[in-house]
Design a binder for this molecule. Sequence first.
Ligand SMILES: [Zn+2]
Length: 304
Amino acid sequence: MNDKHLLFSIGNKENKKFIVLVGIHGNEKQGIVAAQRVIEKLKNHPDKINGKIYFLLGNLRALERNERFVDVDLNRIFHDSNLTKNGEHGYDYKEFQEIHRLISEKICQHHYENCVLLDLHTFSADSGIFCIPANNEKSFKLAQNFGVPFIEKLASSLPETALHYYGEKGMTSVVFEGGQHDDPKSAELIEAAIWVALKYEGLIDSEDFPFVSEMHQKLLKASENLPHHLELIYRHKLEDYHRFKMKEGYQNFKTIGKEEVLASQNGQTITSPVEGLILMPLYQEKGSDGFFIVRKKKQKTNKS
Ligand SMILES: [Zn+2]
C-alpha cells in the first residue's frame, strides 16, 4: 500500500482492523510522538497481533506548518458532499478525500463494522483529559472502558468530524483528548489510550504486552478527580468573522455559573447561558468552537 497518509501498518489477519489517526489537526504533535512509541513496541511482536493495525497521519501540510489547518478545519469537513469538491474550496478538502479513500477502500473495504477508529487529539486549555464516543453502542463501550471522563451527545453536535462521519457508517469510533498541545504528558496518556484500546478491541493480549495494565492505571490516575460520565448541554460555535477571546483561567471541567462572564467576542461580553462544567475553552487563534458546556450525567439503570 503506497499512501502518504499511512505512517505504518502491522498485523496480518484481516478479521479486525484498528485505525489510529493522529495529526488531523496539524498543531497536535503529541499524538504522533505517542504513535511512534507504540509502533516501536509493536514491531517486536508482529506475530502477536490479532487483526491489522494502521497508523494514519491527518493533515500533512498543516503538520508541516504546525498549524491547526491550512484553509478550513479538516475535522469539520468529513461529509459525503465534500468528496467531490476540488482544490478551489481549500487544500484541506483534498486531505479529506485522500484519507477517506484510504480508510474506506484500502483499509475497511467498505466493511465498516469490522473497523475501529481511534482519533487522537490534544487541546489548548490547561488540563483535564476525556474522550468522546460516536453515537453507537460499540463506540460507547470502548469510550467507557478507558475509565476517563466520556462525553455523550458531543459527537452529534459536531457532525462533520471524522468521529461522527465514521460512527454513522457503523464503525466503532472514539476521540481521545490527551491533554495540552505542548505537554509531553499528553503523549504519555495518548500512548496509554492506544494500548488500552488495542487490548479492549482484542488486537493484542496482555500476556504478550504485560505493560498494558500499568498503562491503564496511568489513565485512571490522570482522571481520578474528574467526573466520569457527562453529557453536552451547550456548544459555543464560532464563525470566521468572530474575534473570540476566552477569559484566562479556565480549564476542562471547571464549574461555571449561569451568566458567568467567559469571553469577549467582537467587543461583546459572552456569558454562560447555563450552569455546568466548561470543556475545551479556546486558548488558540484557530478553532471553530469557543467552548462547550457539559453536565454530569445522572446515574440511571435503564438507558435512555
Ligand atoms: Zn484536535
